[in-house]
Design a protein around this ligand. Structure first.
Ligand SMILES: [Zn+2]
Length: 420
């Protein structure tokens, strides 16, 4: 009853106020009273009931709509009722640091991406090659227009299908994502870039990545090369990182020789050997295939022969990666394992002795050289002339345990034209 009475009085006041508006200062004086006495009294809960409360709001609206001094009085009356615990708006990022480089924000556990991306960015010529490659999945003209492309990305991110790998929607492909990251690392005038489009769109093994889940940096590197080159429809990243192995199987029990070539994007080395040099020697040492494991020579009618299986490097890439195999998996306990064994590597390494063209790698008899062998030898001569000296230019480091850790990168700034 009291509430209905109050509501009635307020409605009457509002009508009278509208019919014959008093001095503007009267509204200013009334307003704090309405708030302090009925709506939000300091000493108790709201005194206005379900009928009078809308009447108060209507009256406040009426006062403020016709009088900006009332509006000001309203905001002054409301301000002390708000407790401000600092601003929720994040501060804008700092400008690009004095080192001239731009960072990449970690999306939770995306340090495996960031450490690889920063290495790629620092490879001379790589960013230029990637950025000058038109994205065939983009609609005509899009790749020329960043604003249009960015809009396309936003649309693709909100409504794209979740099929990994062979997605053809403009903007969500690895090539475009890599272009976006590299362009920002080049041009952004802020301390860091947030590669959230990459987090939203990149797939590993056909599944969208979860930015809070750690993945293997080398697996990311490999997937990025595969997906980028597939979209570029040419060896784009491969041109920097792809080398070729030559697998050889030779037997002393027959004259046949089996050769097989295979692409590689890194030399996968166990850390147990303790040093890069020892690991490389172990890598080319070879394995004898005998007894149960004997080689069945096709050209001898699948006769089982004792043979030596070896791997050599047939061709080296401009930038050579060594992948130290520190991670393993304990299948019994269902746990990932990491080896913390000491492993040393030099600042400069000579790969010549591990090439297929190196002395002693071929057991061919010069007297029986046919045209094919001759051609092969010429090819090997050419390969021998390509530089096989490498300078250390970067290290991707994983610290911590297999299940939880952090990736970071050490990168050397190269002089112009120096690949490493
Ligand atoms: Zn044979």
């Amino acid at each position: 009853e009291e509430d209905a009475l109050l509501a009635g009085h307020l409605r009457l006041l509002a009508a009278a106020w509208q019919a014959d508006p008093p001095d503007p200062s009267a509204g200013e004086r009334l307003l704090p009273q309405l708030i302090g006495a009925f709506l939000m009294p300091a000493d108790s809960h709201c005194r206005a009931g379900p009928l009078s409360r809308p009447a108060i709001y209507d009256l406040l609206l009426q006062l403020c709509a016709s009088n900006c001094r009332c509006l000001r009085a309203l905001s002054l009356a409301l301000r002390p009722l708000h407790r401000i615990h600092g601003w929720e708006v994040p501060a804008p990022p700092e400008p690009r640091g004095q080192c001239g480089l731009v960072g990449l924000k970690n999306g939770g556990a995306t340090c495996y991406m960031n450490s690889v991306l920063q290495q790629l960015f620092m490879v001379p010529g790589l960013a230029a090659a990637v950025l000058s490659t038109p994205d065939p999945t983009a609609t005509a003209g899009d790749e020329q227009n960043t604003a249009t492309a960015a809009t396309t990305v936003a649309t693709a991110a909100s409504g794209s299908s979740v099929d990994g790998g062979g997605s053809s929607e403009s903007g969500d492909g690895a090539l475009y994502q890599l272009q976006l990251v590299l362009a920002h690392l080049l041009e952004l005038q802020q301390q860091y870039y947030v590669p959230d489009q990459l987090w939203a769109n990149f797939s590993l093994w056909g599944e969208k990545v979860n930015p809070r889940e750690q993945q293997d940096a080398f697996a990311f590197f490999q997937a990025l090369i595969d997906q980028t080159d597939e979209q570029a429809k040419r060896p784009l990243l491969s041109a920097f990182f792809r080398g070729r192995f030559k697998h050889l199987i030779e037997s002393e029990q027959c004259e046949h020789r089996c050769e097989l070539e295979e692409d590689f994007y890194g030399l996968h080395l166990p850390v147990q050997s303790g040093s890069l040099e020892a690991a490389l020697h172990a890598f080319v040492r070879g394995e004898t295939m005998q007894a149960d494991n004997a080689y069945s020579c096709e050209r001898c009618g699948n006769r089982k022969v004792t043979a030596l299986r070896r791997t050599r490097i047939a061709s080296l890439p401009p930038v050579l990666c060594f992948h130290l195999k520190r991670f393993d998996y304990d299948w019994l306990r269902g746990q990932p394992l990491k080896s913390d064994l000491y492993f040393s590597f030099p600042r400069r390494v000579e790969l010549g002795p591990f090439m297929a063209s190196a002395a002693g790698a071929s057991s061919g008899d010069s007297a029986s050289d046919g045209p094919q062998q001759q051609q092969q030898k010429e090819q090997e001569m050419q390969e021998q002339q390509q530089p096989s000296n490498y300078n250390l230019v970067g290290v991707v480091i994983h610290s911590g345990k297999a299940s939880a850790g952090h990736y970071y990168s050490l990168v050397r700034e190269r002089r112009p034209g120096e690949l490493g």
